[in-house]
Design a protein around this ligand. Structure first.
Ligand SMILES: Cc1cc2nc3c(=O)[nH]c(=O)nc-3n(C[C@H](O)[C@H](O)[C@H](O)COP(=O)(O)O)c2cc1C
Length: 152
């Protein structure tokens, strides 16, 4: 089975999970890079605004064609109860190219359900599984059981 892990991460929390998934599944990995600057305090405010308005933004060129994979794992941080804009922009840019999907998200504490619902709306397909992890769980590395069942 061919697997791609596509993720966006602003402060490397989601990145840590994405890299672990890719390593465990021997998958290709795609880091989604926005042309919009979401770094720092100004970027935080911009991210919140863009998330609420579900703004589609420009991305740097991607390396992998999602349609050539059996399954794509899509991962992003929760922003204002939504998926970070680089993720919905990536999905939109690759509309109709996802054969099967699983979603993973990280957040301080809340907004996972609405984030997964939004991702499903953009993909137009229900995920096989979802994985919700708090920033704290990721930092402490306390998610191996959840991760195992997500990867099954
Ligand atoms: C613009 C913005 C909005 C956020 N909104 C939420 C939120 O609604 N709920 C929450 O629990 N955490 C929220 N967070 C925290 C992030 O989801 C959390 O820190 C995440 O693990 C960061 O992942 P990353 O390092 O991969 O970017 C927000 C962070 C940013 C920058």
């Amino acid at each position: 089975m061919t697997v791609l892990v596509a993720y966006y991460s602003r402060t490397n929390i989601t990145k840590k999970v994405a890299e672990e998934i890719a390593e465990k599944l021997n998958a290709d990995i795609e880091e989604i890079n926005p042309k919009v600057n979401y770094k720092g305090k100004i970027g935080y405010v911009r991210g919140g605004k863009d998330a609420i308005s579900e703004k589609i933004i420009d991305l740097e060129q991607i390396k992998h064609d999602p349609s050539s994979y059996d399954i794509v794992y899509l991962g992003a941080p929760v922003w204002a109860g939504k998926s970070a804009n680089p993720m919905i922009s990536y999905i939109k840019e690759n509309e109709g190219k996802f054969n099967n999907v699983k979603f993973f998200a990280t957040a301080g504490s809340s907004g996972f359900e609405s984030t997964f619902e939004q991702m499903e709306k953009f993909v137009g397909k229900a995920p096989q599984k979802t994985l919700a992890l708090t920033t704290k769980e990721v930092k402490k590395g306390e998610y191996s059981a959840k991760l195992e069942s997500f990867l099954e």
